[in-house]
Design a protein around this ligand. Structure first.
Ligand code: NAD
Length: 530
């Protein structure tokens, strides 16, 4: 199996901790599976809305479906401590469905005991509650329902920006307390128009927030590892800031929109907060641990941070004595933004779809993988329109295959070689046709860009010279020993002199043109070896 360098490094690092490095196959072996869901308790609200599927009682609405297939489905909200309900199932569960809103912390120690565990599907976005290194070392697959609550969070952020800018909460409190004091609110209530709003991280949620903010006529800035394509930049009117510390002092409002990773943990520490404009407003719906907890408290107390709002804490549920509950200028809520009823229905459907694929032995949508069968790599599609992905590390395919093994188009991954496929040619366009002087002879050079595919998806194939004649639209061809080339961050398939293209009998499948792998862009990210 293709194993990425990062994964093998991780495995070595963890071998001494006793975590097995053997890959646990993603796809379910036949037979009944034990599936454990950990969701927040609905209590008296559970029956108030039939679409309230995100609570433990709602169980994502998949209980009947799972049980009709003979699987065991345990759902609980009791997730912490040695005597909790979750602990009783760690040793024999096959699938864990946690949710960021009530995170079941899947530590290295729990993973070590979870001998049957194959799959973790996060109901929502953000799998930082899982020790991803340990999950990779144990050969697990961790996936989430990418995009399921993008809109929900972007809308919530917009609300928080307005709540802070207009100094809304003190006014609301006055009303509840029977008071009336316009001055106490008005002395620091502003319009959003004309203010500078910067998002730190600009993937799905960040981009949508920028689009939502555009009509407010703010100055929009964004910092990310990846610059948006110009079309999207134009659409949002946001300016790219490569240097985070250069962007921050310009912002009246800072919004975070990036995952919690080793790199981003406590990225807002005392020093960075000191660089922010005095009175800055911060909205953090990403993860609590992006902030140094005490540094936020101190800056809110001194007024350096003029307002802090968000729904994410560490740990969750936040303990009663969490200092963010008591700091001034805060507009915090429990973790709610990504669990609207609409979002619940989307992530419930996404979880069901992935379980169904797991039972059938089918691939998940590539953007959903965080760790795939032990590869600590995630295909993170960052799109709103244009499609990106982050590709961590190099895939190393050590091919010990002698017998040709045929694969399907949707199994193709960056950096891999040695593929045999039977595909139909959907279209072929000549992109280069010229005579090339080559010594005394003049050689023809022809290159055609061909869209090829099977029932699982399509990909662009670069046909060279004699291959061009074989790639006729509607014909079926066998590609032997094909390899993936990366072209501007996207996958292309090619067959070089070590492989072969053969025309064959017409195949009976219908090409799935919906899943074009060449439309996904990848970024090669350096993996820091530890
Ligand atoms: N509060 C909620 O209910 C809720 C719901 C969904 C997501 N989230 C959080 O929001 C985060 C973002 O979600 P998304 O769907 O937009 O994810 P995304 O993967 O689409 O975008 C994340 C962006 O962060 C950027 N990034 C990552 N590391 C970076 C770094 N070190 N420096 C600069 N940029 C960096 C990536 O390049 C990417 O553009 C999630 O990881 C999750 O933690 C919270």
């Amino acid at each position: 199996m293709a194993m990425k360098r990062a994964a093998s490094t991780t495995i070595q690092a963890l071998a001494s901790s006793g975590i097995s490095s053997s890959t646990r196959r993603l796809h379910a072996s036949p037979g009944s599976k034990k599936i454990v869901g950990v969701f927040y308790k609905g209590n008296e609200y559970a029956s108030m809305n039939p679409n309230f599927v995100g609570c433990a009682e709602g169980a994502l609405g998949i209980r009947d479906w799972l049980e009709s297939k003979g699987h065991q489905y345990i759902v609980t909200d009791d997730k912490d401590g040695p005597d909790c309900e979750l602990e009783k199932h760690i040793h024999d569960m096959h699938v864990l469905i946690p949710t960021p809103f009530h995170p079941a912390y899947l530590t290295a120690e729990r993973i070590k005991r979870a001998k049957n565990l194959q799959l973790v599907v996060t109901a929502g976005i953000g799998s930082d509650h899982v020790d991803l290194k340990a999950a990779a070392a144990a050969g697990l697959t961790v996936a989430e329902v990418t995009g399921s609550n993008t809109v929900s969070v972007a809308e919530d952020q917009l609300m928080r920006i307005l709540i802070l800018t207009r100094n809304f909460l003190p006014g609301y409190r006055q009303v509840v307390n029977g008071e009336w004091n316009v001055a106490a609110i008005a002395y620091r209530a502003y319009d959003l128009e004309g203010k500078t709003v910067g998002t730190v991280g600009c993937g799905r949620i960040g981009r949508l927030l920028l689009q939502r903010l555009k009509p407010f006529n703010c100055n929009l800035l964004y910092h990310d590892r990846i610059k948006m394509d110009p079309e999207l930049e134009n659409q949002t009117g946001a300016k790219f800031e490569e240097d985070l510390d250069a962007m921050l002092p310009k912002c009246d409002v800072v919004v975070t929109n990036l995952p919690l990773t080793e790199k981003t943990k406590e990225m807002f520490d005392k020093e960075r907060i000191a660089k922010l404009k005095k009175g800055v407003l911060i909205v953090n719906n990403s993860r609590g641990a992006l902030m140094d907890t005490q540094a936020v408290v101190d800056a809110c107390s001194s007024g350096h941070i003029g307002g802090y709002s968000g729904d994410v804490w560490y740990p969750q549920p936040a303990p009663k004595d969490h200092p963010w509950r008591y700091m001034p200028n805060q507009a915090m809520t429990p973790h709610i933004s990504g669990t609207t009823i609409d979002a619940q229905l989307r992530y419930a459907a996404g979880v069901k779809d992935m379980l169904d694929r797991y039972f059938k032995g089918e691939e998940f949508p590539p953007q959903n993988y965080i760790v795939k069968e032990g590869m600590y790599t995630s295909f993170r599609k960052l799109n709103l329109g244009s499609r990106f992905a982050v590709w961590l590390g190099m895939a190393e395919t050590k091919s010990a295959m002698r017998k040709p093994v045929f694969t399907k188009v949707d199994q193709l991954r960056p950096g891999t070689t040695g593929h045999n496929l039977t595909v139909k040619v959907v279209s072929a366009n000549m992109v280069v046709q010229k005579g090339r002087p080559d010594g005394p002879q003049v050689r023809q050079m022809r290159i055609a860009e061909c869209l090829i595919g099977d029932e699982t998806g399509t990909i662009l194939f670069t046909a060279r010279n004699d291959q061009v004649d074989l790639m006729k639209p509607d014909s079926t061809v066998i590609l032997r020993n094909a390899k993936i080339d990366m072209f501007k961050g996207s996958m292309r398939l090619a067959v070089d002199k070590w492989g072969r293209v053969e025309v064959t009998e017409p195949a009976s499948f219908t090409v799935n043109e919906e899943n074009n792998l060449s439309l996904v862009e990848y970024e090669l990210v350096n993996v820091v070896e530890e």
